[in-house]
Design a protein. Sequence first.
Length: 437
Amino acid sequence: MEENKQGSLKKVLGFWDLMGIGVGQIIGSGIMALTGITIALTGAGTPLAFLLAAVLVICPNMVLAVLGAAVPATGGMYTYVRDYIGKKTGFFYLALLVAGQLVLAMFAITFATYAGDLIPGINTTVVAFGILTLCYIMNVLGVEMAAKLQNILVIVLVAAMALFIVFGLPKVNWTAFDSVEKLMPNGFISFLTGASLLTFATGGAEFLSELGGEMKNPGRDLPRAMIGSTVLVAVIYAFIGVVAAGVLPVDQVAGESLSLVAAAIFPKPLYIFFIVGGGMFAVASTLNATFTWCTKGLLIAAEEGWLPKQAAYISKRGTPVVLLTVFYVVGAIPILTGLSIETISRLGNGLSLIYVLFPIATGYLIHKKNPEAMANTTFKMGRTPLMVLTTIALIGYVMAAILNFSDIQNAWQMMVVFFVIVIVYAFVREKMMAKSK
């Protein structure tokens, strides 16, 4: 059954499609929202914090690239957890993934906020719901259509970021970076805190492993696209960090968005282009890319009986319409109920960091449990280097998750309740599946 469903998904994604999806998934609301927060923590050290964050992200990306090249599959991260750790753990991972897609609402609301800056008085709830609906429809029409939209969005937003760098660098006061005290004004721990927060801004390419069943050549293209998109964005972010922290005094930009610096370096027309192309398109591209990958693991889980079989329905266009609609509803509820974007982002980001721990942990097991795949893969890595990368990745993501939940009241209590509900459901559903055989 699993092979039939995966076979109905079209293998249409090449390297540049994956690069577009990866860059679009990485460049999103994080760079627009977290740069000012990081400046408040580490001052002119923000560019270095971006680079350190990229290192922390590349470690799990390398682990998942090894897995994706050796065992390419639609719903890649779920299948790794299911096959190498256990079926119930795989379902637990998926439940966290669904909850983590609260960030769909964060992307849509951030898009609407920038729209409100350009058109005062606009109904931001309607705009947020509208952009969420547009990206949902584009993905319902097919992954190839969504990839074409993604490439357009990515081209525009990269151009906006490039203009920010080109116009900003000549206005940078380079003395802002000439001492350790300026690079780490609040100490090394605050610098690490800033880098940990920026893992959200630099992460995202790992979810390309969810699209293995739709790639033309996953063994060749997946590792190149995951690592390439992360490195490309890290370099862009580092230069953006230089401009953000070096044009205006640090105390003016600390805690503020990039729009403040953009207003200081751009003429009015380019300022508008930056807000639209760099702000609105950035979050729109992340929103669109999330719809592209987030259904893949649930598709396989539905086929296996963890969810009703109807959830695995594939349309004539080759898209999982029912599951796309589930995530659409998950994104729409916070928008329509008025949940604050800070709460949405912290909960969604924290959950995202936690659920990725499970597929990353399979890096400890892949050599032992599937030596044939590791021997035949085109992207080879020895057992010891892979275990070292896996350990670094797990430690980094645990640190970042703790930071995300630290300021949310009762966050850990809510997590415990959620875990209990999911665990009980998994055991009950497993018994139901056993009886139906």
